[in-house]
Ligand binder design. Structure first.
Ligand SMILES: Cc1ncc(COP(=O)(O)O)c(C=O)c1O
Length: 352
C-alpha cells in the first residue's frame, strides 16, 4: 500500500471510484479520509466559517451541526423544511436566512431525522439560491443511496455547475458499521474557489490529529468494490417495509401524524399536543411513555423541532410492531378531546 502523510492512496482512489458517476468524475486528490462523517463535517465547518460568521442548517435537522459550529464560536441560523411537502426546503425561508456573515449552507439529503429524499429539480433550486448568494454548500450525504425503491439519490456535487460543494459521507449508514469510524470529504470545487485556502485548510486540519482508522483504510477498496448489491437491496427492503408498517400503524392513532419517509432509517411523527394537555411538551409526553411503556423515541426538540418524535426503523419488524402497539395504548390512555377540538368536531358533524 502506498501511504501519504494522511492516508493510503489506494483508499482515496477507492472512494473516488465509488463516488464517481456518469455525471461526475471524482479525482483521488479531491478525497480526504476522516474519522466518520462527523469528523468530515467538523473539518468542513472549521475550514469554511470563522468565529462570528454563521452557517445555515435545516430545521428539523441533525444536532451535530450546531454542536460543532457553536463550539467554534460560529453562529447557526436555521432554515425550515416543510412537513406537508415531504420535508422539502422552504426555499424562500432559506434565501431570507442568507446574509453577509453567512459562510456556508448545510444540506442534509437524505435527511436525518425526516427520511426525506430531494429530487433533482429541488436540488437545482437549492443550488441556484447558493449561487445567487455566493455561498458554498456542505452536503451531508451520509445516507447517499439509502433511498427506497422507486426513488433516486442525486448528489449535489454531481449536479453543481457553479457552486462549490464539500460532500461528506462514509461507511456508517449504508454499510451499517458506525463503529469503524470511516468517513470522507469530497471536494467538488468550481471555478477554483476552494483551490487555495480551503483545500489547504482541510488538508492541514485533517492532519491535526490522527484521523481515520488505518486498518479500515486498508479494507476500504474491498468494502466499496466487493459488497454485493443484494446487501444494499436487502437493507433497503427491510427499512422500507418497516417504514410502511410504522406509518400504517401510527396513522390510525388519534393524536399522531406520521410523515412517510422515502429513505434513510427514520420516521418523523407529529404529536397533536393539544390532545395531550396533561403534558407540557413532547419531551414530557415521551418521558412518560418510557416510564409507562418502555418505548423510547427521540423528542423533536433534539432536532430543533418541538411537537414531533423520531422513530428509528432499523429494528426487527416484530419489535417495531410491538413498539407501535405500545405507543397506541399509551396515546389511547392519554388522548383528550379538548374543548376547542370537540367544538370543531361537533360543528363539522352539524354541518349539512
Ligand atoms: C445526518 C447525519 N450526519 C452525520 C452523522 C454522523 O455519522 P458518523 O457516525 O459517520 O460520524 C449521522 C449519524 O447519525 C447523521 O445522521
Amino acid at each position: 500500500m502506498l501511504v501519504t502523510r494522511d492516508c493510503y492512496i489506494e483508499a482515496r482512489e477507492a472512494v473516488a471510484r465509488y463516488s464517481s458517476s456518469v455525471d461526475v468524475t471524482v479525482d483521488p486528490k479531491d478525497v480526504l479520509l476522516c474519522s466518520g462523517c462527523s469528523g468530515a463535517l467538523d473539518l468542513c465547518i472549521t475550514a469554511l466559517a470563522n468565529p462570528g460568521q454563521n452557517i445555515l442548517v435545516p430545521r428539523p435537522g441533525f444536532s451535530i451541526y450546531r454542536t460543532l459550529a457553536e463550539g467554534l464560536g460560529i453562529k447557526v441560523k436555521s432554515y425550515n423544511l416543510k412537513p406537508e411537502r415531504g420535508w422539502m426546503v422552504d426555499l424562500d425561508h432559506l434565501e431570507e436566512q442568507c446574509d453577509e456573515d453567512t459562510a456556508a449552507i448545510i444540506i442534509n439529503n437524505p435527511s436525518n431525522p425526516c427520511g426525506s429524499v430531494f429530487n433533482r429539480e429541488h436540488l437545482f433550486d437549492i443550488l441556484e439560491i447558493a449561487r445567487r448568494n455566493f455561498l458554498p454548500i456542505i452536503a451531508d450525504e451520509i445516507y447517499e443511496h439509502m433511498v427506497f425503491p422507486g426513488k433516486e439519490f442525486h448528489s449535489l456535487g454531481s449536479l453543481s455547475l457553479e457552486v462549490p460543494v464539500l460532500s461528506c459521507s462514509g461507511l456508517t449508514k449504508r454499510f451499517l458499521i458506525p463503529g469503524w469510524r470511516m468517513g470522507w470529504i469530497i471536494i467538488h470545487d468550481r471555478n477554483g474557489v476552494f483551490d487555495q485556502e480551503v483545500r489547504k485548510g482541510l488538508q492541514r486540519l485533517s492532519q491535526r490529529i490522527i484521523g481515520s482508522n488505518t486498518l479500515v483504510q486498508g479494507a476500504l477498496p474491498a468494502i466499496l468494490k466487493n459488497t454485493p448489491q443484494e446487501f444494499y437491496y436487502n437493507t433497503l427492503c427491510i427499512l422500507q417495509n418497516n417504514a410502511l408498517v410504522a406509518f400504517e400503524m401510527l396513522k390510525n392513532i388519534e393524536g399522531l401524524r406520521p410523515v412517510m419517509p422515502e429513505g434513510a432509517m427514520y420516521i418523523m411523527v407529529g404529536i397533536n399536543m393539544e390532545h395531550f394537555p396533561e403534558f407540557s411538551s413532547e419531551l414530557h409526553f415521551l418521558e412518560q411513555m418510557v416510564t409507562e411503556e418502555s418505548v423510547f423515541c427521540l423528542p423533536g426538540q433534539c432536532f430543533d423541532y418541538p411537537g414531533y418524535m423520531r422513530l428509528v426503523l432499523s429494528v426487527p419488524e416484530e419489535q417495531l410492531r410491538e413498539a407501535c402497539h405500545r405507543i397506541a395504548n399509551y396515546c389511547a390512555r392519554h388522548f383528550t378531546i379538548n374543548s376547542i377540538s370537540s367544538y370543531l368536531v361537533q360543528r363539522k358533524h352539524s354541518q349539512p
